[in-house]
Design a protein around this ligand. Structure first.
Ligand SMILES: C[S@@+](CC[C@H](N)C(=O)[O-])C[C@H]1O[C@@H](n2cnc3c(N)ncnc32)[C@H](O)[C@@H]1O
Length: 260
């Protein structure tokens, strides 16, 4: 058996999926309130998917981690949803939720929040059923020309990559290639949604420090256009509520683009 690469073994050893969920997706125990950054992200995704203009047979989330957060609106718009990640531990964490395991992470506060923002046209229970029926899990590596290798899928209607690219890419060249690799998964006219951070260099999961690629707005815009997309929306939020000692992020950006 081939030895794992250094990058894979570092990431594999350090990434504690459960701790990640507790640190970055834990809710206020008294109010069950979700944090401000999650609210911004979910509001953006509700807006993107509410018109029905972005929908179709399938969507793929690249680097979903152990997280369901980004498909809570999209689950109403696509027949199949592929949640993909580099690490099995993350897919296993989602699998626990899909199978209704007692120790699965509780996404109820997030489901309730999205239903409210959508005007309660569906209930959290409806969304749970929809997600369980539609989601399939798959390994991916966004640095590969086919990120889903050894699998292939028909070109998809939409890709979401949230918090993934600045983790997965160690250099600007790798970032540029990863966007092109993502583009290859999307049909012409299909959409990409990228949510990521500007000016960040690390984040912590407990004691484990994960290095990030520091990028700025100009780099993102230049590279997304170079990868064959036209930008529909690019929004930057400054006041991210994550404590600076956990994550040295300066700004979060929300990008919607379509493949030309
Ligand atoms: C900060 S986490 C983000 C997880 C989740 N998307 C979120 O928003 O909370 C970064 C994710 O990128 C994944 N990742 C790292 N390298 C990757 C690669 N080469 N290809 C795809 N995903 C990768 C990690 O396994 C991890 O799940």
């Amino acid at each position: 058996m081939a030895l794992p690469t250094q990058k894979y073994s570092d990431c594999q050893n350090k990434f504690d999926a459960r701790k990640y969920l507790e640190v970055y997706y834990g809710v206020d125990p008294l109010t069950q309130q979700i944090d401000e950054e999650s609210q911004l992200t979910l509001a953006f995704l509700v807006k993107v998917f509410s018109s029905g203009a972005i929908q179709g047979d399938s969507m793929i989330e690249i680097g979903s981690g152990p997280v369901l957060h980004h498909i809570l609106s999209a689950c109403d718009r696509f027949k199949s949803i592929y949640l993909t990640d580099y690490l099995d531990v993350n897919l296993q964490e989602i699998d626990k939720w899909l199978k209704g395991s007692k120790d699965a992470f509780d996404w109820t506060p997030y489901l309730k929040y999205v239903c409210e923002v959508e005007g309660n046209r569906s209930t959290p229970k409806d969304k749970v059923l929809r997600i369980k029926n539609k989601v399939k899990l798959m390994r991916c590596d966004v640095t590969k020309s086919n990120p889903l290798e050894p699998h292939t899928l028909p070109q998809t209607d939409c890709v979401i990559a949230a918090g993934c690219l600045i983790c997965a890419c160690k250099t600007l060249d790798a970032f540029s290639n990863a966007l092109k690799n993502i583009a290859s998964l999307i049909r012409r006219g299909g959409h990409v949604i990228i949510i990521d951070y500007l000016g960040a260099s690390y984040y912590l999961i407990g004691d484990a420090k994960m290095n990030l690629l520091s990028i700025n707005e100009n780099i993102v815009k230049r590279e997304i256009i170079d990868a064959g997309f036209e930008i529909d929306e690019f929004k930057v939020e400054n006041d991210v509520s994550i404590p600076r000692e956990t994550f040295d992020c300066k700004q979060v950006f929300f990008l919607l683009a379509h493949r030309i």
